[in-house]
Design a protein around this ligand. Structure first.
Ligand code: TXA
Ligand code: MG
Length: 340
């Protein structure tokens, strides 16, 4: 029997527990796994039964394709038609928080790619996830381990609260180091790569490796109508509380006035030099001006505020550059209202 915390399926990442999780995955169970970005809900990419369970467990529509995770780049490239640009990026950035979209080979089931002729592949850097992948002779399909549309999980406890009774095991390796999902790059047309989802790896880093002037970023697609990048809905990552966005650096007191009837939290990027005079509760994502900490703590603080029962969150945007672009992408979607 694996060593478990009292009456829960949260497992410490010991060798024995990793082996136990590998066995679960071999028999089509799902395991929540730590990655360097967010926790993933993992199942055998090559098993339709396991992949179907992933969609069911998350309540995710079958039109939203999954990322397959591999221990090594060689195995990943066996599942897609790769190209020189993809290989260059893999050499520099894998293992790491980069997902590549390339034409798929028949070995990848259509269910994983939502029927698309392309597949998303990633070699993750997290040592526990890597140990697990190394024990398996199949890749792991893993979306973020949250109910569809809700805030992404960056700690095992987030998974336990929202999906705990629906996954067989949760491997707990502490908080995720990046805290937001991987950068997704579409490399199907290698001469004009484009970012489908901004993430921890900025566009400039990719452009420098590929020796091209810039890499374009696809804007969010609407909640209805044709999807350029499936799964990239303008409403996503949303807590129960409503969100108002405060422009970066703004601490004008007028903007911080809050209605008495709404329990409100204000979330700043960094500890304000002077605490504003407001009836709202105040939080900050980093002690000083540290964007990596802002990203790492972003989803965690949204989850915490939701559990604390706030009605409204006023969240300061990050600066619109590099990692800040990825944080603001999540913030805008989290703040979006569902369109009918
Ligand atoms: O950091 C991450 O990428 C995390 C961890 C667990 O690895 N995973 C993650 O997966 O964020 P998920 O399912 O939450 O987001 C996957 C997104 C899809 O919603 C879709 O936008 C994009 O990846 N995607 C997957 N396959 C694609 C394809 N063939 N073409 C275009 N976009 C694709
Ligand atoms: Mg997700």
């Amino acid at each position: 029997m694996p060593a478990m915390c009292a009456s829960s399926n949260i497992l410490e990442p010991s060798e024995a527990n990793i082996q136990y999780c590998a066995d679960l995955l071999r028999s089509d169970h799902l395991v929540a796994v730590p990655t360097e970005t967010v926790y993933g809900l993992a199942g055998n990419s090559f098993s339709e039964a396991a992949v179907r369970k992933i969609f069911q467990t998350k309540g995710r529509p079958l039109i939203d394709p999954l990322i397959s995770h591999f221990a090594e780049a060689e195995a990943a490239f066996e599942c897609v038609e790769s190209n020189t640009e993809a290989k260059l990026l893999a050499q520099s950035l894998w293992p790491g928080p980069l997902t590549m979209v390339l034409p798929k080979k028949p070995i990848v089931p259509d269910l994983v790619t939502a029927g698309l002729p392309s597949a998303a592949i990633r070699v993750p850097a997290h040592p526990v996830f890597r140990k697990l992948l190394a024990q398996l002779d199949f890749p792991l399909a893993a979306p973020s381990a949250n109910p569809f549309g809700y805030v992404s999980p960056t700690r095992a406890s987030h998974v336990a609260v929202t999906l705990g009774d629906r996954v067989t095991a949760i491997l707990d390796a502490g908080p995720c180091s990046h805290g937001i999902e991987s950068t997704i790059i579409d490399l199907r047309v290698p001469s004009s790569p484009r970012i489908l989802r901004p993430g921890p790896i900025p566009a400039g880093v990719i452009a420098a490796i590929l020796k091209i002037p810039e890499v374009s970023l696809l804007e969010a697609t609407p909640t209805s109508g044709p999807q350029l990048a499936p799964g990239m809905l303008s409403k996503h990552y949303s807590p129960k509380a409503s969100i108002r966005i405060l422009p970066h650096g703004e601490s004008a007191h007028a903007a911080l006035s809050v209605p008495d009837n709404l329990r409100t939290a204000i979330i700043f990027n960094q500890r304000p030099a002077q605490l504003p005079d407001t009836s709202a509760d105040l939080f900050w994502l980093s002690e000083s001006d540290d964007l990596e900490a802002v990203a790492r703590n972003f989803f965690h603080l949204l989850q915490k505020c939701d559990q604390a029962g706030y009605d409204q969150l006023i969240v300061e945007a990050a600066p619109d550059q590099e990692l800040g672009l990825a944080i603001n992408d999540r913030l805008r979607r989290a703040a979006a209202k569902a369109s009918l």
